[in-house]
Design a protein around this ligand. Structure first.
Ligand SMILES: [Zn+2]
Ligand SMILES: [Zn+2]
Length: 305
């Protein structure tokens, strides 16, 4: 899979960074794209990339602050003209997302040429979408705000060809049966398929957070994640002050990475007061003194996993 950042700034855009916008490419598990938050310049940024809005099947909103949703009406409208015609779109977000979408489309006289389905989260949500397990859990940001945990589907284990040949089964269409089922029959004998393949491979886990100060559900969302996307609004200065504003300090995030055993973290939503040079310098310093695997991201950064 791949995560692409179209906006990485906090609150306001800067000359180098737009407000929050993240795409999750589901390949090789599915061909759809999911968006997480749709900051103001999302549709402009996507024009610089091979992603097409028509491929976006789901949009997940963490919370209703402008730096996370001001791009939504434009994305919805343009999707009609960029391959989205007739293709359903699901939007998941906090209470208020439905009224916001309906009002912005209605006041601007937009008639979408595809159906939209809006799900408002009430406290928390568990969804299965095409074998992907999605969990939304509440964060602590002063307004209703959610983090999402996405678990990709498991894939069948590799076949043990030598063992299959030993029972007389040569490579062919039957191998698919062994691969995809618990049992199979060959020349009148029933077999347990698990004896002929490696265990199922669990799909990767991605945790994508909205703005938050440290809270209990962070651990639930991030536990053993392969990749975590987290805000690090404050990368220096006073931790207490960051938390008073319902945001995370870099020390909070580094602690979470360790407690939740996260493999790699992509840190975004850095305060717009930091320049590129500030960020580079802090990153180098932190990497010299910490063992956690992480990086600060900029617009158009992409991460494969
Ligand atoms: Zn924000
Ligand atoms: Zn916010």
């Amino acid at each position: 899979m791949e995560i692409i950042f179209f906006g990485t700034s906090a609150g306001l855009p800067t000359k180098d960074r737009h407000t929050q916008s993240i795409a999750l490419k589901l390949e090789p598990y599915a061909t759809d794209i999911w968006l997480f938050d749709v900051g103001e310049a999302t549709q402009h940024q996507i024009l610089h990339h091979s992603i097409k809005l028509g491929k976006v099947s789901h949009i997940f909103i963490t919370h209703m602050h402008g730096d996370h949703v001001y791009g939504l009406p434009g994305v919805l409208t343009s999707r009609s003209f960029q391959g989205g015609e007739g293709k359903p779109l699901t939007i998941v977000g906090p209470k208020g997302i439905k009224a916001y979408v309906e009002a912005s489309l209605s006041f601007t006289h937009v008639h979408l040429n595809y159906p939209i389905h809006i799900i408002e989260i009430d406290d928390q949500l568990d969804l299965t979408i095409d074998q992907f397990e999605v969990q939304a859990r509440p964060l602590n940001h002063g307004v209703p705000c959610y983090g999402y945990r996405v678990q990709a589907p498991s894939t069948p284990g590799t076949l043990d060809v030598a063992k299959l040949k030993a029972i007389g089964m040569e490579p062919g269409p039957l191998y698919q049966q062994v691969k995809n089922h618990d049992t199979f029959e060959f020349e009148g004998v029933a077999y347990d398929a698990h004896h002929f393949k490696a265990p199922e491979k669990q799909g990767p886990i991605v945790a994508i957070f909205g703005d938050t100060k440290p809270c209990d559900s962070e651990l639930t969302l991030a536990q053993n994640a392969d990749v975590m996307v987290h805000e690090a609004t404050y990368i220096d200065g006073d931790k207490q002050l960051a938390n008073d504003y319902h945001h995370s300090h870099i020390d909070d995030v580094l602690q979470l990475i360790t407690h939740a055993n996260v493999q790699h973290s992509l840190l975004t939503h850095l305060s717009n007061r930091y320049t590129k040079e500030d960020v580079k310098a802090v990153e180098q310093q932190l990497k010299a003194s910490h063992t956690q695997s992480f990086q600060f991201v900029q617009d158009f950064d992409a991460y494969h996993f």
